[in-house]
Design a protein around this ligand. Structure first.
Ligand code: CP
Ligand code: NVA
Length: 306
């Protein structure tokens, strides 16, 4: 049976922790898995721009001895209206795995239903599981087993990154405070999934519309852009979010030794000020680097399961 990775709940908590710990081993011996993807081809089908996801997957596949093919939607017959299910069935005859970045989550789910090879979500409007799996690894590297005791605060737009953090808190048993304006609350389906998982793992998810409450005594402050790919900029949204900017004032409410995280790309001056971004740049780019190591662990896991 093929395994897909479309949302974090495709893993059970034991598998999720296994991947985090396996990533640590893989990172320590960067070239130890050469040969794992020998004679395997991974296709990357993207309809949206990407720097980190594309490059980290391509390099991961290369370093594992495999081959990757980058496919933009407008170079495929999809753009002329070929059915998703036909594209999925055709690509499954050539390649061993498909990483997809697209707007519509239901489009991705439809593709995965018809593909006979593993499908990995490289970001949709609903979720970005590769990013948050990797971010949990970055926090595990820093906080070790204390990761379950720290306070993680997500502040800003209740978007795909926020939805995925909520599921991660449930899956890994973490303490997550989510501060978003009422109008920009996270997706209720993802919230319920996160809360359901908390019953098994002991995680905690608190929602607040007060950014100061979200970051109070936090160990980690996480933010993301206020306008996601494909979304039009609106002055009204900027105004609603202005108190959620990660700046000196907000950071002063967190613990003295708190760290700031950002999945990137950042829009400095909106969700985060340039000075705070630069203060935590090493940690933010460590997040970016760890995408490479985590995705190797993920590819190994999905291929071994087959
Ligand atoms: N964080 C992230 O997924 O970056 P890209 O959009 O550059 O892939
Ligand atoms: N919320 C952002 C995340 C980018 C990695 C977007 O969807 O554009």
């Amino acid at each position: 049976m093929k395994r897909d990775f479309i949302d974090l709940w495709n893993l059970d908590p034991d598998e999720a922790w296994y991947l985090v710990k396996r990533t640590k081993e893989i990172k320590e011996k960067r070239n130890s898995l050469k040969g794992l993807l020998n004679n395997k081809t991974v296709a990357l089908l993207f309809t949206k721009p990407s720097t980190r996801t594309r490059v980290s997957f391509e390099v991961a596949v290369y370093e594992l001895g495999g081959n990757s093919i980058f496919l933009m939607e407008n170079h495929l017959q999809l753009i002329r209206g070929e059915d998703v299910k036909d594209t999925a069935r055709a690509l499954s005859r050539y390649v061993d795995c498909v990483v997809i970045r697209t707007h519509s989550h239901s489009w991705l789910e439809e593709f995965a239903r018809w593909a006979t090879v593993p499908v990995i979500n490289g970001l949709t409007e609903k979720s970005h599981p590769c990013q948050i799996l990797s971010d949990v690894f970055t926090l595990y590297e820093r906080f070790k087993d204390n990761i379950k005791n720290i306070k993680i605060a997500y502040v800003g737009d209740g978007n795909n990154i926020c939805n995925t953090w909520i599921v991660a808190a449930g899956l890994f048993g973490l303490n997550l405070f989510v501060g978003t304006p009422e109008e920009l609350a996270p997706d209720s389906f993802y919230l319920q999934a996160g809360l359901d998982l908390c019953n098994f793992t002991g995680g905690n998810i608190y929602l607040t519309v007060n950014p100061l409450e979200a970051v109070k005594d936090a160990d980690v402050i996480y933010t993301d852009v206020w306008f996601s790919m494909g979304e039009n900029r609106k002055e009204e949204k900027l105004a609603i979010l202005k108190d959620f900017q990660v700046n000196t004032r907000l950071l002063s409410k967190a613990k003295n030794e708190a760290v700031v995280m950002h999945c990137l790309p950042a829009k400095k001056g909106e969700e985060i000020t340039e000075d705070i971004f630069e203060k935590f740049a090493d940690f933010i780019f460590l997040q970016a680097e760890n995408r490479l190591h985590t995705q190797k662990a993920l590819l190994e896991f999905l291929f071994i399961q087959q």
